[in-house]
Write a protein that binds this ligand. Structure first.
Ligand SMILES: Nc1ncnc2c1ncn2[C@@H]1O[C@H](COP(=O)(O)OP(=O)(O)OP(=O)(O)O)[C@@H](O)[C@H]1O
Ligand SMILES: [Mg+2]
Length: 259
């Protein structure tokens, strides 16, 4: 007789910190002012954190520090419990594969078809895949963003919203555990923006992804945020749920929400 194991309910640790930033400072040598002046931010597993802030306050610099595109001057960046500054190059590269970055201008390779655009990251970081496996992964990701029909198209044949979705599919194909979105809905109409915001939500739900979303689009913030933080003069000045900040006592905080 086969003994079936009883299902054991394991309580997942809801408080696991995936990203922990402590006292982060950054000044660019060609500028006199400090862009980041002691940022502290902790993000839990599976959490969507939206970063708001006026233009030029260092939002993009903040997430570039997390992926190591910009070197911080001072402070700690812990990802999955490891300080990225202490990691040897090999470990850092392994860590980077777990992080997806959707750039502010999610550029596709113009001379490649959609299929080739999605194949590119796979060819670089999953060299052992067969052509058939690769094709299946490409089709699956395109299906997730609702654009299977665009597989043979060139980027120039796609609308801005479609390009954003392909850019997202290209990032998601490596199944990142962390997603960093830099203004994912900028330049899109309201309906397309909502589609992208819904995609961000479905990525969170389906893959249990931990995400930082930088946006000026308050509909996107409202839909995607478990928590909102506001960056001002290089530090986080407000933090809370969307509705708590929307109804903040502070007029300046409320102004972000057009209230
Ligand atoms: N590589 C760089 N070299 C020099 N200065 C930089 C560099 N990257 C960013 N900066 C400066 O750092 C400041 C913050 O830039 P950042 O791109 O993070 O702003 P942001 O908050 O993302 O703005 P936006 O909402 O317009 O995207 C700006 O003053 C910018 O000029
Ligand atoms: Mg920016």
């Amino acid at each position: 007789m086969q003994v079936e194991e009883l299902p054991i309910t394991i309580k997942t640790d809801q408080t696991k910190n995936v990203i922990q930033i402590k006292n982060l400072h950054k000044t660019f040598t060609d500028r006199e002012h400090e862009v980041l002046r002691g940022v502290n931010l902790t993000i839990k597993e599976g959490e969507n954190v939206v970063v708001l802030g006026k233009s030029g306050t260092g939002k993009s610099v903040l997430i570039k520090c997390i992926v190591g595109l910009v070197a911080a001057d001072e402070g700690e960046i812990n990802v999955f419990g490891k300080d990225i500054h202490d990691l040897p190059e090999k470990e850092l590269n392994k860590m980077r594969i777990k992080m997806g970055f959707l750039f502010q201008s999610a550029a596709l390779y113009d001379s490649m078809t959609v299929r080739e655009n999605l194949a590119f990251p796979l060819q670089r970081s999953q060299k052992n895949l067969s052509a058939k496996e690769r094709e299946a992964m490409i089709v699956e990701q395109l299906h997730n963003v609702g654009l299977e029909a665009a597989i043979d198209k060139m980027p120039s044949e796609l609308s801005g919203g479609m390009r954003k979705r392909i850019g997202l599919a290209r990032t998601l194909i490596l199944k990142p555990e962390i997603m960093l979105y830099d203004e994912p809905t900028t330049g899109l109409d309201t309906i397309t923006s909502k589609e992208i915001s819904e995609l961000i939500l479905s990525v969170q739900k389906k893959n249990k992804t931990t995400s930082i979303i930088i946006t000026h689009d308050m509909e996107c913030a409202k839909l995607t945020a478990d928590r909102v933080v506001i960056l001002k003069d290089g530090v986080i000045v407000a933090e809370g749920t969307y509705s708590s900040l929307e109804n903040s006592q502070d007029e300046w905080v409320r102004s972000f929400f057009n209230k």
